[in-house]
Design a protein around this ligand. Structure first.
Ligand SMILES: Nc1ncnc2c1ncn2[C@@H]1O[C@H](COP(=O)(O)OP(=O)(O)OP(=O)(O)O)[C@@H](O)[C@H]1O
Ligand SMILES: [Mg+2]
Length: 279
C-alpha cells in the first residue's frame, strides 16, 4: 500500500537536497517576480513558501516544475537540473496547481485513469495504483461519483491522488487548502503529513495560512516582492521576530504587513470560479 514506493528496476538515486536553487530569478517585463532565490530543501522535509498575493510563490513553483524558464540562476529537483534535464525532473515530481486540475464531468476514478495515462503508468499497473491512491487519500467510497458532486476538500484530495500516481519523490502543492473549511483543511493536512512520514516524500507547498505552515512545515520561507525575507523553522521565525507569539505576528514583522491584505476577496473569487466551472 505505498503509492510512492520506488520499483526496484527504476530506483531513483537518493539525493540529500530534494530541491536546490541558486540565484533563481524570473522577470516579466520590468517586474522581477522572483528575485534571486537561494533555497536548500532537505529530502523528506515539508517546506512552506509563505507570502501575500503576488509575492512570487507560484512563479517559483512553475520554474521548479519546468513549466516556466528562469530568467537567470539554477535549480535542481531530485538531483536533476530543471533546464538541462526537464524530462527527468518531470518524472520525479508531482504537481497540484493553484487552479483546478480535475474534470467535473468525470468520476474520481475516471480522472485518475486520465492521469495514469498522462504519466505513462504501465497499463497492467494502472488499476492497482489507482486503488492505492484512492485509499491513501480517503476517496475509495466516492470513487465512482461525478466530481462535480464532490466538496472542495474532496476535489483537493483527488488532485493530490492524481499527482502521486506515478510515484513521485518530490511533490509541489500550490495552495492546497485555499477556500476549504477547517475540517476539510485538517483532512488535507493529515494526508500531506502521511505522504511525508510513511513514504519519505519531500513536499513544497505554498500557503497564506500561518496555522497551516505551523502544523505542517519543517521549514518556511516568507516571500515578499520576489525575495525571501525570512527563512527557518516556524519556531525560529517566531523567536527571531521579537519573540512573536504567533507566526502571523512573525509574518507582519518580516513582510511589513499582514498576510491577509488583499487576499480574502481574491481567494473567495477564485474558489467561486472553481465551483462554477465544475457546474
Ligand atoms: N505570466 C505572467 N505575465 C506577467 N506577469 C506575471 C505572470 N505570472 C505572474 N506574474 C506576476 O508576477 C508576480 C508574482 O506572481 P505569482 O503568481 O508568482 O505570485 P503568488 O505569490 O503565487 O501570488 P498568489 O498568492 O496570488 O497566488 C505578480 O506580480 C504577478 O502579477
Ligand atoms: Mg500563486
Amino acid at each position: 500500500m505505498n503509492p510512492l514506493e520506488t520499483t526496484p528496476d527504476k530506483a531513483r538515486p537518493v539525493v540529500a537536497e530534494a530541491i536546490r536553487t541558486e540565484g533563481l530569478a524570473r522577470s516579466f517585463g520590468d517586474l522581477l517576480a522572483v528575485d534571486h532565490l537561494d533555497l536548500s530543501i532537505p529530502t523528506g522535509s515539508i517546506f512552506g513558501l509563505l507570502g501575500p498575493n503576488g509575492a512570487g510563490k507560484t512563479t517559483t513553483i512553475k520554474m521548479l516544475t519546468t513549466l516556466l524558464e528562469p530568467t537567470s540562476g539554477h535549480a535542481t529537483v531530485a538531483g536533476f537540473d530543471v533546464q538541462r534535464q526537464p524530462r527527468e525532473v518531470r518524472r520525479a515530481i508531482g504537481y497540484v496547481p493553484q487552479l483546478l486540475s480535475v474534470d467535473g464531468t468525470l468520476t474520481g476514478r475516471e480522472n485518475l485513469i486520465v492521469f495514469a495515462r498522462l504519466y505513462s503508468v504501465p497499463r497492467q499497473e494502472r488499476i492497482r495504483r489507482i486503488e492505492q491512491a484512492l485509499e491513501m487519500i480517503g476517496l475509495t467510497d466516492a470513487a465512482d461519483t461525478l466530481v462535480k458532486r464532490y466538496s472542495g476538500g474532496m476535489i483537493r484530495r483527488l488532485e493530490i491522488a492524481q499527482a502521486i500516481l506515478h510515484r513521485p519523490t518530490v511533490l509541489f502543492l500550490d495552495e492546497p487548502t485555499v477556500g476549504l473549511d477547517p475540517v476539510a483543511r485538517r483532512a488535507v493536512w493529515d494526508h500531506v503529513k502521511e505522504l511525508q512520514t510513511s513514504f519519505g516524500a519531500t513536499i513544497l507547498l505554498t500557503t497564506h495560512y500561518m496555522e497551516e505552515a505551523e502544523m505542517l512545515c519543517d521549514q518556511v520561507a516568507i516571500m515578499h516582492q520576489g525575495k525571501v525575507v525570512a527563512l527557518g523553522s516556524p519556531d525560529q521565525l517566531k523567536s527571531e521576530a521579537d519573540e512573536a507569539e504567533t507566526l502571523d505576528d512573525a509574518f507582519v514583522f518580516f513582510a511589513g504587513s499582514s498576510i491577509d491584505t488583499g487576499g480574502t476577496y481574491r481567494d473567495t473569487a477564485r474558489t467561486r470560479r472553481t465551483a462554477r466551472r465544475l457546474g
